[in-house]
Design a protein around this ligand. Structure first.
Ligand SMILES: Cc1cc2nc3c(=O)[nH]c(=O)nc-3n(C[C@H](O)[C@H](O)[C@H](O)COP(=O)(O)OP(=O)(O)OC[C@H]3O[C@@H](n4cnc5c(N)ncnc54)[C@H](O)[C@@H]3O)c2cc1C
Length: 406
């Protein structure tokens, strides 16, 4: 990656847009804005390529969205693994399988976040976006009650400030910018499920027959949670789960001890874990919830997880980040043309987001609640082929309404 310019205010003109966060939502949005002629700064605390906690499964719709960004060739070269099936397994050793390939036969993709996010950031730079890595934004610059830029610290802790006509918070779940400029509310009923934490590690599975079958994402259910497995490029397998936080407390945060005690609760997961060699340390994130945030100050839009999260089990987070940039870009461009994001425009953007994604968020929540009860899956597996069809129908309903087969 190219080195950072030392001075972010490298000329006196403010940027048209400052996008905070170079994950899929921020980079995809930056690509769209720059392609439409905007002067865009893209700022991230990390240095790329960087690993990220994620199941690293991208749905067929997400792959299509990358194609619309002109990244089909990069994705084809990435070594990502095509995904056609989701397989649920239960502690009793039962299983269900669902088709996730689109009606047109298009497959999903198992691709590491270090590869996916670097592809997007490189493409943003190639479209003329000024990208600043290693720069942590601490808050907005507010003048006369509106957001007019952002400030934070760059390399070596040097203070930085960036002025822009529009600011976009794309800094992920637990966004510090949304905390400082807006309000967020949970979308799950409090008390209906335990506090959950996410964990992730890459594995090498020397015995291919013990690995997650090719073209399949495994969701291995445990009481109150699950651990997913998905092959990605470079002969690695992603292991990523969502489990009750009390399990982490019980094992005093020692995730190897937790895995040794909890994974044997599902025979399929247990066999995979025993046959594998872990690569690198665990990554974790606490307090995984479904929430939605809205700005209360003018001048700022929210994108991706910073705008709203979705239950990870449906594998829709990355897709929503990419599709969300398509929804948001026209509003940001209108705000740049009007020299600022007024509250009416921000409200319109929020309505567009809800009409595109509410159904998906609801379905993924229903999925989560139904599927983390392994006994329900045991029951559905007794229906044989019908159980599989039911699950396939559920997954197809997480797609855009125009493409539904349900
Ligand atoms: C356990 C778990 C498993 C998941 N598995 C999947 C899956 O398999 N498939 C799927 O589609 N989705 C999955 N998701 C969801 C998916 O990871 C997110 O929806 C997706 O990463 C959202 O992208 P984003 O660009 O909005 O945010 P992020 O990917 O979180 O990117 C935010 C960026 O902002 C940067 N940043 C944060 N704070 C600052 C700051 N103050 N200053 C500067 N930069 C900052 C970060 O460094 C980061 O690069 C999973 C989520 C969890 C919790």
């Amino acid at each position: 990656m190219t080195p950072d310019p030392p001075d972010l205010d490298h000329d006196d003109r403010p940027f048209d847009a400052a996008v905070v966060g170079a994950g899929p939502s921020g980079s995809a949005l930056a690509i769209r804005l720059a392609s439409a002629g905007a002067r865009v700064a893209l700022i991230d605390a990390g240095r790329f390529p960087r690993d990220k906690l994620c199941g690293e499964y991208l749905s067929p719709e997400g792959v299509e969205a990358l194609g619309r960004l002109g990244l089909g060739a990069e994705v084809a070269r990435s070594g990502g693994r095509p995904i056609r099936l989701v397989r649920l397994t239960t502690p009793r050793g039962r299983s269900l399988e669902a088709e996730v390939a689109g009606p047109d036969g298009r497959t999903g993709l198992g691709l590491s976040r270090s590869a996916l996010d670097a592809i997007l950031l490189d493409a943003a730079r190639a479209r003329g976006v000024l990208a600043f890595e290693g720069t942590r934004i601490s808050g907005p610059i507010v003048a006369a009650g509106r957001v007019v830029g952002i400030s934070g610290r760059g390399e070596g802790g040097a203070p930085v400030s960036i002025r822009s006509t529009v600011v976009v918070a794309a800094d992920g779940r637990n966004s510090s910018l949304t905390r400082r400029t807006g309000t967020s509310r949970p979308r799950s009923v409090p008390g209906l499920r335990p506090r959950l934490f996410g964990l992730k590690r890459h594995l090498i599975v020397p015995d291919d027959s013990a690995d997650e079958p090719a073209s399949t994402v495994g969701l291995h259910l445990l009481p109150g949670g699950y651990v997913g497995a998905c092959r990605v490029e470079g002969g690695r397998t992603n292991l990523c789960g969502l489990l009750p936080e009390r399990l982490s407390r019980r094992h005093r945060g020692d995730l190897d001890a937790l895995a040794g005690a909890v994974f044997p609760g599902n025979p399929t997961l247990s066999a995979l874990w025993r046959a594998s060699e872990p690569l690198g340390p665990w990554k974790t994130v606490a307090g995984v919830r479904v929430e939605v945030a809205s700005p209360r100050l003018p001048g700022i839009f929210y994108a991706g997880d910073a705008r709203g999260t979705v239950d990870p089990l449906g594998g829709q987070g990355l897709t929503m980040a990419l599709l969300g940039s398509e929804v948001l870009a026209p509003f940001v461009l209108r705000a740049i043309a009007r020299e600022g994001a007024d509250p009416g425009l921000v409200r319109e953007a929020i309505r567009a987001w809800h009409s595109r994604f509410d159904r998906r968020v609801l379905l993924c929540r229903a999925f989560h609640h139904a599927l983390v009860r392994p006994s329900l899956v045991d029951l559905a597996s007794l229906l044989g082929r019908w159980g599989d069809d039911l699950l396939s129908l559920g997954f197809s309903c997480t797609r855009d309404p125009a493409r539904l087969s349900c």
